[in-house]
Ligand binder design. Structure first.
Ligand code: URA
Length: 239
């Protein structure tokens, strides 16, 4: 007999979603067990015996977990499929990973840099839940200069979409030929947050790159390439 687990855990084990998101999928009627649609919570299934379908496609628990980082290029979306048929980060993963891995959080189409990917829904939950306040550091090139007042406003928090951002760490790295380079660290993840924060202080972002998540750094991984996280990086992000 296979292990018996709750349906939302089974879905998370398949890498299709975190447990919490899996509950939503069940409530929304997207899941069936042995051909019967299930929308109530609390159902248990037996791994290897019961057949679970999500949106009509069978999903199976992937017992081997994959944890990778990708240096996302500009011009890729971080969703699994795109309504405009733009390239997705999944296209960059290749054959070596034998499971469906999913982006951990988002990066904008026009943002480059560190993107974690995994088939472990619990890892995704840990890294993305706001309560864990994991720092994310970005390097932004902005057009022209920025005033000390602007820098300090970013440090204190600015209003974007009726929301006051938490204090950020902000450091000016260089300013030459009409371009200022700024390193900024935030722990929130509102939609287009860094771009909107700069907009709020009158600055136009020319390029944006994420260089670290907590202590996990992009380093010199080439654009468009991925690597496995080390066991040290995985246990650090899991704790
Ligand atoms: N902030 C942004 O504006 N864009 C990103 O992709 C990430 C953070």
């Amino acid at each position: 007999m296979g292990e018996i687990v709750r349906l939302q855990k089974y879905i998370a084990m398949s890498g299709a979603a975190s447990r919490r998101a899996a509950e939503e999928m069940i409530k929304n009627g997207r899941v069936s067990v042995n051909g019967v649609p299930v929308s109530e919570m609390g159902i248990k299934v037996e791994i290897g015996a019961d057949k679970v379908h999500l949106d009509g496609k069978e999903i199976k628990p992937e017992l081997k977990k994959y944890y990778i980082m990708l240096n996302k290029p500009v011009g890729y979306v971080t969703t699994v499929s795109d309504q405009f048929d733009r390239p997705t980060v999944i296209d960059l993963i290749g054959e070596e990973i034998k499971a469906r891995v999913f982006p951990v959080g988002r990066l904008d189409y026009d943002t480059q840099g560190l993107l974690l990917m995994t088939n472990d829904g619990d890892f995704t939950y840990k890294v993305t839940h706001p309560k864990h306040r994991i720092d994310k550091t970005y390097v932004a090139e902005i057009k022209g200069g920025i005033t000390v007042k602007g820098l300090n406003a970013l440090r204190r928090g600015v209003i974007i979409d009726d929301y006051k951002t938490s204090p950020a760490e902000v450091e000016m790295l260089s300013a030459e030929k009409g371009v200022t380079v700024i390193k900024i660290t935030i722990h929130e993840g509102k939609n287009r947050q860094v771009r909107k924060m700069f907009e709020a202080v009158g600055c136009k972002v020319l390029s944006l790159k994420r260089i670290s998540i907590g202590k996990v750094e992009l380093g010199n991984l080439p654009i468009g390439r991925w690597r496995y996280l080390t066991s040290h990086e995985i246990s650090y992000l899991m704790k």
